[in-house]
Write a protein that binds this ligand. Structure first.
Ligand code: CA
Length: 230
């Protein structure tokens, strides 16, 4: 089944261009020109992915992105303008899965969209039943439902945070380099912005660790990367 994509952009020429390319590639496409209608449409249409412009009239893209983050919320590809000088990592820290800086080539946009969706399909592939539930001391990861509990209390993770946690926790003790995590969780080279991994690790720690400065679940392996110790 074709993926459903919601494009949120107030600049008509860009909106039309993005929509035309996505449709030509076989996606089911809906559009919104501001945040309020974007959130309303996201609720009714349950799109797989939202292409979200950062600068919109009224509610900005960061706020929309924040509000889209809930269990089973859509993946988000954020569009930013160079002039806005927004730290790319800011967008990623509110749960965006990737970003593109304007002006971008429509082909690049299609490639990014596909990379995100490919990763999603891979992550949600059926797992053997015995590994559907990963349990470590007080942490429980329900792989099939993509739900996480700490001491029986549900923890809300963004899609990307879940993918990152699952990747690490599926093989406890194994050390992953930032490059390996980028490749597995983001699915393509991130313009060499290794910091995106660090940012997401720190977001995960804030949600999962008792003391994020003294992590016991996800440990830093100095000079190498990260490992899950459960
Ligand atoms: Ca705009």
């Amino acid at each position: 089944m074709a993926a459903t994509i919601l494009v949120v952009e107030d600049e008509e020429p860009i909106l039309n261009l993005v929509v035309a390319y996505l449709k030509a590639d076989g996606f089911v496409v809906h559009t919104a020109r501001d945040g309020e209608s974007a959130l309303m449409l996201a609720q009714t249409l349950r799109p797989d992915l939202v292409v979200l412009d950062l600068l919109l009239p009224g509610m900005d893209g960061l706020e929309i992105c924040r509000r889209l983050q809930h269990d089973g919320g859509p993946y988000v590809l954020m569009l930013t303008a160079r002039a806005e000088e927004v730290d790319k990592v800011v967008g990623l820290s509110v749960g965006a899965d990737d970003y593109l800086t304007k002006p971008f080539s429509p082909r690049e946009l299609i490639a990014r969209v596909k990379a995100i969706l490919r990763r999603r399909r891979h992550m949600s592939a059926p797992f053997p039943s015995e590994s559907a539930l990963l349990t470590f001391r007080d942490l429980q990861i329900d792989v099939a439902r993509r739900e996480v509990q700490r001491r029986g209390v549900p923890v809300t993770l963004t899609a990307r945070e879940f993918d990152l946690l699952y990747t690490l926790a599926a093989t406890p003790g194994r050390v992953f380099t930032r490059e390996q995590l980028l490749e597995r969780v983001w699915g393509h080279d991130f313009d060499g912005v290794d910091r995106v991994v660090d940012v997401h690790i720190s977001l995960l720690r804030r949600k999962l660790e008792d003391d994020p400065t003294e992590p016991t679940l996800i440990q830093t392996v100095r000079g190498v990367g990260y490992k899950f110790t459960g």
